[in-house]
Design a protein around this ligand. Structure first.
Ligand code: GDP
Length: 426
């Protein structure tokens, strides 16, 4: 039962899109498992740069069927725009399928996301303000509207009317915001549904049929495991489970059908939004990493916080997700440093901490316990065989393997599709 999970091992933006695109060349199907349009997966091919938000990163491989799974929350307008944009660039989207169980992100979710972030003031989570959190909250509290509701206008009308009414009470009563009008919202949904209708299917059945036929399936997560709602840095997390377990749940794949869990890690650490980050570099080294790694959000344009590789957090996600292989991306960003830091622990006063604690306040004022290894100070962007990587780079990868307890199989040395080393295919 050959399913491969591709998931982020840090705080997202690890380059999962590029790896998924590359591995999709040998797969029949790519299933996106979680998150919403807050994801931004960048893929660079000879056709240019593609920034995908909801569409699975297999879409640039014409033979691949692409599935948006039940665990995803969908803002229909964003999805339709994304698909139209791809079609205009000559990309074949006929293999797209959308789970009829996926939940909808509606305009009131977006507005609530903005208002709730404003209310948190300096404690804001740093969401992308796309409404995904409130949509997942409605899903959990059993108020959500799903893709299947779109099929029957009378059902949609009834459920939407109840929700608009309830949300207007909240918007007006709690936030003093003007109410949303039902009719234009309803009509918009009907119009968008026309475009998407042929793609709406029970994807879990199709995914299982493919697995039983022995087809290779890739399950693609958005975000990263340190943003997981259970094991991430709560409350600075996403509202879904970007983990191996979440991948199974969101895609409709059983754990026993998975034979590889590829953890995608950057060669250093970044994160967007709030929360403690002991390995953060607030100096010119951090700025150099940001510039070389082009560390600004795909959708938001926000600068990402940067730091040395946080082996404490990475080890935690590697273990909890049973990572079978590491994909270490953006190694080329470190090409210019004489020495490279690895955060092997945290220190608060005399206290040494070797895991990410549940209570983040315990990390306030934490200093990184850094170990430095020699850099390689040479360009790696042209390297395609693992053995041709500078010895110091190989040693750096080896240190990471030891910390994470898994082998590095893929190494990213640039944003292009070809700038990827597969250690097993020299
Ligand atoms: P994702 O959300 O995990 O798919 O990652 P993003 O697309 O948000 O961020 C990764 C960024 O790094 C994108 O701009 C990619 O084009 C770029 N990228 C991916 N792999 C590499 C790499 O190995 N080297 C460099 N320099 N850039 C990379």
């Amino acid at each position: 039962m050959p399913a491969t999970i591709i998931m982020g091992g840090q705080w997202g933006d690890e380059g999962k899109g590029k790896l998924t695109d590359a591995l999709a060349a040998n797969a029949a199907m790519v299933v996106r498992a979680n998150g919403g349009s807050n994801a931004g997966h960048t893929i660079q091919t000879d056709q240019g740069t593609f920034k995908l938000r909801l569409v699975p990163s297999g879409i640039l491989n014409p033979h691949v069927r692409c599935v948006i799974g039940a665990g995803v929350v969908i803002e229909l307008g964003t999805l339709v725009n994304e698909l139209r944009g791809l079609q205009e660039r000559g990309i074949d989207t006929s293999g797209m399928m959308i789970s009829d169980r996926a939940h909808l992100v509606l305009p009131f979710h977006k507005r609530l996301d903005q208002l709730e972030e404003q209310r948190r003031e300096q404690d804001e989570i740093g969401t992308t303000l796309n409404g995904n959190g409130p949509a997942y909250a409605d899903k959990a509290s059993r108020h959500g509207l799903r893709v299947c509701d779109l099929r029957r206008p009378e059902i949609l009308r009834r459920k939407l009317a109840i929700e608009v009414d309830a949300k207007n009470q909240n918007l007006a009563g709690v936030f003093g915001d003007p109410p949303l009008e039902f009719q234009p919202l309803y009509e918009d949904l009907l119009e968008l549904t026309e475009f998407l209708r042929p793609m709406v299917v029970p994807t879990e059945v199709i995914v299982q049929d493919a697995l039983h036929a022995g087809q290779r399936i890739i399950v693609e997560c958005a975000q990263g495991a340190m943003l997981d709602i259970d094991y991430g840095t709560y409350p600075y997390v996403t509202s879904s489970s970007p983990t191996a377990a979440g991948a199974c749940q969101g895609a409709g794949v059983a754990p026993s059908q998975v034979d590889a869990v590829i953890g995608v890690y950057k060669a250093y650490t970044t994160r967007v939004g709030g929360g403690p980050m002991p390995a953060e570099l607030l100096d010119e080294t951090g700025e150099l990493i940001r510039v070389r790694g082009r560390e600004w959000g795909v959708n938001t344009g926000r600068p990402r916080r940067t730091g040395w590789f946080d082996a404490v957090a990475a080890r935690q996600t590697s273990r909890l997700n049973g990572i079978t292989n590491i994909a270490l991306t953006l190694l080329d960003v470190l090409d210019v440093f004489d020495e490279i830091g690895i955060c092997e622990g945290y220190r608060v006063g005399d206290l040494a901490i070797s895991h990410v604690p549940a209570l983040l306040d315990e990390l306030s004022g934490a200093a990184p316990d850094l170990k430095f290894v020699p850099g390689w100070s040479q360009d790696t962007t042209h390297v395609r065989d693992f053995a041709d990587l500078p010895l110091e780079a190989q040693k750096y990868l080896n240190v990471i393997e030891t910390h994470l307890g898994a082998p590095v199989r893929y190494v990213g040395v640039g944003p292009d599709r070809e700038q990827l080393i597969d250690r097993l295919h020299a």
